[in-house]
Design a protein around this ligand. Structure first.
Ligand SMILES: NC(=O)C1=CN([C@@H]2O[C@H](COP(=O)(O)OP(=O)(O)OC[C@H]3O[C@@H](n4cnc5c(N)ncnc54)[C@H](OP(=O)(O)O)[C@@H]3O)[C@@H](O)[C@H]2O)C=CC1
Ligand SMILES: C[C@H]1O[C@H](OP(=O)(O)OP(=O)(O)OC[C@H]2O[C@@H](n3cnc4c(=O)[nH]c(N)nc43)[C@H](O)[C@@H]2O)[C@@H](O)[C@@H](O)C1=O
Length: 318
């Protein structure tokens, strides 16, 4: 099993994002000295020739693929073309260049939305491609499934050590707080802080509040990503989550408590609910020695503290 050395050349794709940022911090804290990063302006990963040149020049040994077109339910359903095209191009270019330039190991990150909408719960890895996908993020999910298949195909044909981690919904410092593009947790956190400050009597929550979601703190995901890089080499998706979920209403109530918002919730039924439930079965990774550490309540408090301290930066970033 390849082990990351202090001076291993490690490329973190998407290092300014929620996930890539957390992986970069984790690698820096562990003392890794040869970290390679590029912003999307410096290197558009949809550009095959540019990606090839970059790999030829930088010769990374390990790749964390955390660059992607990412967004919440509204962004996914509004811009399916970008979610499909960008994510297919990014994955194809990075995975193929990793093969061509002899990368020792690559971690491809997907998402729990790869599983069929009505799959039995909790979601086991073997449920992949056993039924129709959720409509609101089908395009994104197809790109993410193609990336898993690509990693597995390079493993079969060339023996490449390319693996695929499938995180559940994530949150934490560095998240996207833009209300049109973001996921539910940062959106509700921002809305409730704004409402508390403005003395607003209600906060709008999209959909019915009944869908169930599982949330993993991003520093736990970063920890899992390093664990996978060092300890796991196998094909197919590997679930990364907490194994616990709650309704969107319960999430909103917990955020209100953390933020100290005392108004009421107004559910907007014109907005989509998305998939009714997507709880990860995390027994495979647990069996290999990794489990999540941060409770949702603790993670929310840390994220709220980060948001207060970095509000301008968080709101300007997207
Ligand atoms: N957030 C979540 O809840 C979940 C995320 N994931 C997965 O984790 C991974 C990372 O997601 P997350 O960190 O949340 O996303 P973010 O939107 O926070 O970050 C994505 C990063 O990708 C980079 N990027 C996007 N397009 C390009 C491009 N064309 N060329 C180069 N870089 C590009 C951006 O770089 P720059 O800033 O330089 O523009 C950005 O920093 C994704 O694969 C996603 O599917 C999985 C499950 C849940
Ligand atoms: C990570 C995952 O993320 C996405 O799937 P999702 O889990 O459905 O996304 P979401 O976080 O945006 O919503 C979760 C639930 O929450 C409700 N909700 C309430 N109020 C707000 C709100 O204010 N904003 C948002 N965004 N949602 C809200 C919303 O209506 C829905 O019922 C996909 O991109 C998918 O591709 C993917 O991988």
């Amino acid at each position: 099993m390849p082990v990351l050395q202090q001076d291993s050349r490690i490329y973190v794709a998407g290092h300014r994002g929620l996930v890539g940022g957390a992986i970069l911090r984790r690698l820096q804290d562990a003392g890794h000295t040869a970290l390679i990063t590029r912003t999307s302006r410096e290197l558009d990963l949809r550009d095959q020739a540019a990606v090839r040149d970059f790999f030829a020049a930088e010769r990374p040994e390990f790749v964390f693929l955390a660059a992607a077109k990412v967004g919440g339910i509204l962004a996914n359903s509004t811009y399916p073309a970008q979610f499909l095209y960008d994510n297919m191009m990014i994955a194809a270019n990075v995975i193929n260049a990793s093969h061509e330039h002899g990368v020792t190991k690559l971690l491809n990150l997907g998402s729990s939305c790869i599983y069929p909408r009505m799959a039995p719960q909790p979601l086991k890895e073997e449920y992949l491609l056993t039924g129709p996908l959720e409509e609101t993020n089908r395009a994104y999910a197809v790109a993410k499934i193609a990336a898993i298949e690509l990693c597995d195909s390079y493993r079969i044909q060339y023996g490449s050590d390319f693996i695929s981690g499938m995180p559940t919904n994530l949150y934490g410092p560095g998240d996207n707080f833009d209300l049109k593009g973001s996921h539910v947790l940062p959106a509700l956190l921002r809305k409730m802080v704004d409402a508390r400050e403005a003395g607003a009597p209600t906060v709008e929550v999209w959909g019915s509040g009944t869908p169930l979601r599982e949330f993993l703190y991003v520093d736990d995901l970063a920890d899992a990503s390093l664990y996978l890089m060092e300890h796991v080499s196998e094909p197919g998706p590997i679930n990364i989550g907490t194994g616990e979920d709650l309704t969107i209403r319960e999430l909103a109530e917990m955020i209100a408590q953390v933020v100290g918002y005392q108004g009421t919730l107004a559910f907007d039924a014109t907005k989509p609910d998305g998939t009714p439930r997507k709880l990860m079965d995390v027994s495979r990774l647990a069996g290999q020695g990794w489990t999540a550490r941060t409770s949702l309540r603790d993670g929310l408090e840390k994220t709220y503290a980060w948001y207060l301290a970095h509000r301008e930066e968080a709101l300007a970033a997207r």
